[in-house]
Ligand binder design. Sequence first.
Ligand SMILES: [Zn+2]
Length: 251
Amino acid sequence: MELLEKLCMVHGISGFEGPVLDLMRTELRKSCEEVVIDTFGNIIGRKGTGRRKIMLAAHMDEVGLMVKHINKEGFINFVKIGGIDDRTLLGQRVVIKAKKGDVKGVIGTKPPHLQKDEDRKKVIKYDEMFIDVGAKSQKEAEKLVEVGDPIGFEANFSRLSKELCYGKAIDNRLGCYALLKVMEKLPKNINATVYAVGTAQEEVGLKGARVAAFKLDPDYCLALDTTLAGDTPGIKETESCLKVGKGPAIT
Ligand SMILES: [Zn+2]
């Protein structure tokens, strides 16, 4: 759990994977014979030198936001990086990964008390929300952040029970965790060349895996990622038969 927690606590917003990349490099170096970073920002660890090439890929990046505009009052408008359900955004605590350092903020919108009845029934879109960083003016906010800065969700990790945990970016730090553990357990004299690839920019179009696969030209490839649980309220068995704790799903 300690390694999984470490993976969840670092940021790696698509296109800005730096912090998670550093951690993956440190961990892959413990088990791999060679570790390189390609020009796209994928990290590739290798073990073995056999004829068959096997690529194991896990995306390192996570969804996030980006600063789009800073208004006169010092509030921040944002765009989304990756697929995010707008319904999950309100009230989130975020960290703007600014050049001069992290800036904390909270996502707000016009309070429901001041909304018309019909508006209260609608889903609030992300472009009607703002981030409050505590700045009193545009000038004050601009001292902290600038347009184009990536924004991550506040990191957290904890347990729900002995066997279940939750955390920021569990999609796909769990895949990264599995990747690291597989490389650790593979014997040194394995009769294949196994590549462990931590891929970049999956959440914005499966980009890194494509670049890595083109370069490595593997005979076989497995992508390690999370999926949704079918045993939560409101999901019919015909929609998903996946159950938490019953082993991995293969698709
Ligand atoms: Zn994923």
